[in-house]
Design a protein around this ligand. Sequence first.
Ligand SMILES: Cc1cc2nc3c(=O)[nH]c(=O)nc-3n(C[C@H](O)[C@H](O)[C@H](O)COP(=O)(O)OP(=O)(O)OC[C@H]3O[C@@H](n4cnc5c(N)ncnc54)[C@H](O)[C@@H]3O)c2cc1C
Length: 814
Amino acid sequence: MLALALGALAVFVVFAYFQMPLVWWTIAAALLAWYASVIGDFSFILNIFLATALVVVAAVLNLPFIRRKLLTDHILAVYRRILPDMSQTEKEAIDAGTVWWDGDLFSGKPDWDKLLAVPAPRLSAEEQAFLDGPVEELCAMCNDWEITHERQDLPPQVWQFIKDKGFLGMIIPRKFGGLGFSALAHSAVVMKLSTRSSTAAITVMVPNSLGPGELLLHYGTDEQKNHYLPRLAKGLEVPCFALTNPEAGSDAAAIPDRAVVCKGIWQGKEVLGMRVTWDKRYITLGPVATLLGLAFRLYDPEHLIGEKEDLGITCALVPTSTPGVNIGRRHLPLNAAFQNGPNWGKDVFMPLDWIIGGRDYAGKGWMMLMGCLAAGRAISLPTSSVGGAKALTRFTGAYARVRAQFKTPIGRLEGVEEALGRIAAHTYMMDATRVMTAGAVDLGEKPAVLSAIAKYHMTERARACVNDAMDIHGGKGICLGPNNWLGRGYQIAPVAITVEGANILTRTLIIFGQGAIRCHPYVLREMRAAKELEAAEASREFDDAFTSHVGHVISNGVRTLVYGLTRSSFAPVPRNSSAETRHYYRHVSRLSAAFAFLADVSMLAMGGALKRKEKISGRLGDVLSMMYLASATLKRYEDMGRVKADLPLVRWSVRDALYHAQQALDGIFSNFPVKSLATLLRWTIFPLGMSFRPPLDSRNRECAQIALEPGAARDRLTAGMYIPKGETDATGILEAAFAAAIAGEPIDRKLRDARKQGINDPHAVLTAEELVQWQRKEALRKQVIKVDDFPQDFGRAEIEQKLAAEKPVTAKAA
Ligand SMILES: Cc1cc2nc3c(=O)[nH]c(=O)nc-3n(C[C@H](O)[C@H](O)[C@H](O)COP(=O)(O)OP(=O)(O)OC[C@H]3O[C@@H](n4cnc5c(N)ncnc54)[C@H](O)[C@@H]3O)c2cc1C
């Protein structure tokens, strides 16, 4: 009997592990029953009873029409009762976008070979030429202190350059006069600009993200496209997109801005139009926009265009010169100088033709916004965050080498090294995620969940990096002025956290909440069967999805336990994985099975309440996110040709991600509402205890070393950023001081040795050539450690004078 029990257990584990079809389970059960009967010498009655039970259970489970009648139709009825109703806007958000690698991670069985077979995204020669030409030139034109302090705007010639060179139309196809760039190129441009001027980067980023251009491309009428797209591409129009209302920020679908369909006089004729009343705030480029993308709720009380009274959210394009449009004042978002401000209007009449897509798209605004959100969100903020992190790596590494305390470059002090190593490793992972996510967009994906992961984690990591960089710079980072390359980046970090889905909401509501429905192999099918299908069709679809779902849960549970007991040894890896990274693939595969199992158990245990349990769903989202970031990092290592010098960055960042995923899991177990299930989950997922450890200090040192040493690894890590030529500004001087500090180290040693012998005069120790080199190094060092000071008015009077002299030009450009 013991052998029988062990045999049954073995069969269960093997069959569940490989997710065998039901018919195999049935055959195995029959064989085991027969064997039990033989060795147990069962009575005739018992044998008959056993056989009958077996036949009944086998029939119920294997024959769909019986299974539906006796089992799954009843479950469907209960499911229909408990499944909360979804609002139209929730439905449209769920339906938007596509599922890509997130689907694999949710399945519990990521197909690594499929991921690694995706070609590494590459820029075209033309895109590269744009980066090396106009983008480089634009960066050189931007002086961040002048922009953020003196003008609080881009200089007129920079505005003009941006418009003339097509920066505002990167996503607009060539046939409309745009640059027609790939998502990767778009991302590379924004990244490079972000390493020089966040104002320039945001100014370029916004028209290429969710807004008039993107909406027109997907939904515009031919007439709208032919009129506006060439004008947007050439910078003849400056667009903005206004959704946020003082009463509706995160809950944007609740905007109270409204329009009523009515007749009115337009250009001397009576036309069908709408009277729109709105009050918007925080609108980027709003104060200088000529074309206002406007979202409002449209009502048709007199049924002039159809049966429905409340048509829903609608998007229109409104020239800001329209009488009644109030625009032009500015907010001051944490001293950032990009244009941002409120706008409003009361009962402004506009023709229905101004609705993007025309009358047919009245009320479809939310669907349009959700449909377009993923591409922009996958690029804008993740990319600008990576740009920031690259600049932090390069400049903080250089500063840590130039600045010395206790007779040692501060980068060699372990505490500083720890922070610097973190910055470098985060940068590698962030760049990997940027490239993979933009690459997905270029493959035609609209990665709704992955773009939310990229947005949340890249902006949070940028904030962590800038905090570390500020600590490393000490007072030098705090006192603002032209010599401070860091302070403005520190100030602006929360802007990226707040926009395009504020981060707390993105983490706790979107990543897992949307992922659980969109990326799960069966949940959406079950929901659709319950809510959208009827009668036999619903019954068939639900039965199929539900039975597959049960097999999926059992299989993931068993595989999780097996992977846990064997420390991930049997978890899938790609066919050609290398010895250095194979175990990481295994661990992510194990996490994927654990996550899939846990996600299902959580949904089962908490049902609809899970949506409100944001502390749990936030942590579930963290596990999914860590797997995505680790996958992107591993793919990047492969795509770059397995460069050994980059391995410390890969090792630190993947290990850190695994450790964080484990912490998130621990947090879920500790706070799971059903304690017995929590214990079961803990034993299943970590049967031998929590085995992932934080990255090693030695690895952190290797990462810091990459930021501290000139060379190919540092250049690779910061590739694509703007590096000033010459010593014309603070970062140019820093680059030169860094090179001089390293070249001058033998001379420093010589001087130190001489001092030990009581010789303090460098002239007495150094050759003439060495003396010149040492003096230049010292001069550069002194410039680097210098901070700015100002007259009492911070130089305002002088600045006003300078700007007054050129006011006519500024006014023209504006
Ligand atoms: C500089 C800047 C530029 C902007 N540009 C534009 C623009 O061009 N166009 C435009 O339309 N809008 C723009 N916005 C608006 C931006 O999208 C909103 O600020 C954002 O949606 C958050 O809204 P809120 O600031 O009102 O915060 P609130 O909605 O009040 O949120 C406050 C906090 O509550 C959290 N929260 C809210 N709901 C939940 C929930 N269900 N679960 C968990 N946490 C939740 C949020 O994450 C946030 O942390 C911009 C904002 C800024 C600051």
